[in-house]
Design a protein around this ligand. Structure first.
Ligand SMILES: NC(=O)c1ccc[n+]([C@@H]2O[C@H](COP(=O)([O-])OP(=O)(O)OC[C@H]3O[C@@H](n4cnc5c(N)ncnc54)[C@H](OP(=O)(O)O)[C@@H]3O)[C@@H](O)[C@H]2O)c1
Length: 248
C-alpha cells in the first residue's frame, strides 16, 4: 500500500527514466507525497503518458517529457521544458539508465560512450542545470540511481559498472559542494530488481545469488528513495539495497 503525505507538497520533482520500472515506482511515491512530477522518457512514451494520466486521475500532478539523454543538448532542454510547464525543480532523481549486457572484449567505443552519456554525463548535466535555482532557494534534493555493480563489477559489463561508479564520485563532489546550501546529494545502489525493463521476467538463477532469496521490487527501491529524499540530514551517501548481496 502506498502511504500518502504532504512531505513534498508544492515541490516539483524531475524523475528521469519514469517510463521504466524503478523510475515509475519512484514517481508514484513522490506524487503520493505531494510532489508535482515530471516524468522523463525516451522510447517509452506510452508508459510515461499512461503513468501521467494515472497520477492525474488520482488527483496528483504529472506531465511526461520526452528527452533522449544520449544527446548532450537534451538535459538543458528537458530542464527548461519542465520549468515552463511545472515550475522550478526542487527534487532531481537521476534514474534513467542503459545497461546492455556485453562481454568485456565485445564492448565497442560506441557502446562505452553511449552508456557513459546516458548513465553519467546526462546526470551531471541535469545536476548542473538544476543546482543554481536550488542554491538560490537554499533547498534541494538530488538522488542518483546507481547499481551494486559499481562495487562488485556486476553482470552487465565493464561499461555499465564504470558508468555507475562515476556517479559515486559525482555524489561525493556535489554533496560536499552543496551541503551548506540546504541541498542533499546521495546515490542509491540497488542489486537485481525485477519488474523492470532490465529484468522483465523470472530470474530464478539470479535470485539464488541473493541472500534474501529473491530479486528486489521497484516499490522497495522507491520506498528507500523517498526516505532519502525526505531526510535533510542525510547527504554524501551511497546506499545499497541488495538483499544482502554486498555488505559494506
Ligand atoms: N533493474 C535492475 O536490476 C537494476 C539494478 C541496479 C540498478 N538499476 C538502475 O535503475 C535505473 C532504472 O532502471 P530499471 O531497472 O527501472 O530499468 P528500465 O525499466 O529498463 O528503465 C530504464 C529507464 O531508463 C530510460 N532510458 C534509457 N535510455 C535512455 C535515454 N537514452 N534517454 C532517456 N531515458 C533513457 C528508459 O526510458 P525509455 O524506456 O523511455 O527509453 C527507462 O525509463 C537504471 O539507472 C538502472 O541502471 C537497475
Amino acid at each position: 500500500m502506498t502511504q500518502t503525505s504532504s512531505s513534498f507538497a508544492g515541490q516539483v520533482a524531475l524523475v528521469t527514466g519514469a517510463s521504466g520500472g524503478i523510475g515509475g515506482a519512484i514517481a508514484r511515491r513522490l506524487s503520493a507525497h505531494g510532489a508535482a512530477v515530471a516524468l522523463g522518457y525516451s522510447h517509452g512514451r506510452q508508459a510515461a503518458e499512461s503513468l501521467a494520466a494515472e497520477i492525474e486521475a488520482g488527483g496528483g500532478r504529472a506531465v511526461a517529457f520526452a528527452a533522449d539523454l544520449a544527446d548532450p543538448a537534451a538535459p538543458a532542454r528537458l530542464v527548461r521544458d519542465v520549468e515552463e510547464r511545472l515550475g522550478s525543480i526542487g527534487i532531481l532523481v537521476n534514474n534513467a539508465g542503459l545497461g546492455r549486457t556485453l562481454q568485456f572484449d565485445a564492448i565497442s567505443v560506441e557502446d562505452f560512450d553511449t552508456t557513459l552519456a546516458v548513465n553519467l554525463r546526462a546526470p551531471f548535466l541535469l545536476a548542473q542545470r538544476v543546482v543554481p535555482a536550488m542554491r538560490e532557494r537554499g533547498a534541494g534534493r538530488i538522488l542518483f540511481v546507481s547499481s551494486v555493480a559499481a562495487f562488485t563489477g556486476g553482470i552487465v559489463g565493464a561499461h555499465y559498472a564504470a558508468s555507475k561508479a562515476g556517479l559515486h564520485g559525482l555524489t561525493h563532489y556535489l554533496a560536499t559542494l552543496l551541503a551548506a546550501h540546504g541541498i542533499t546529494v546521495n546515490a542509491l545502489a540497488p542489486a537485481l530488481v525485477a519488474e523492470t525493463g532490465m529484468l522483465p521476467g523470472a530470474a530464478d538463477e539470479l535470485a539464488e545469488r541473493i541472500p534474501v532469496g529473491r530479486l528486489g521490487r521497484p516499490g522497495e527501491v522507491a520506498d528507500l528513495a523517498v526516505a532519502i529524499l525526505r531526510n535533510g540530514y542525510m547527504t554524501n551517501q551511497v546506499v545499497s539495497l541488495d538483499g544482502g548481496l554486498h555488505p559494506r
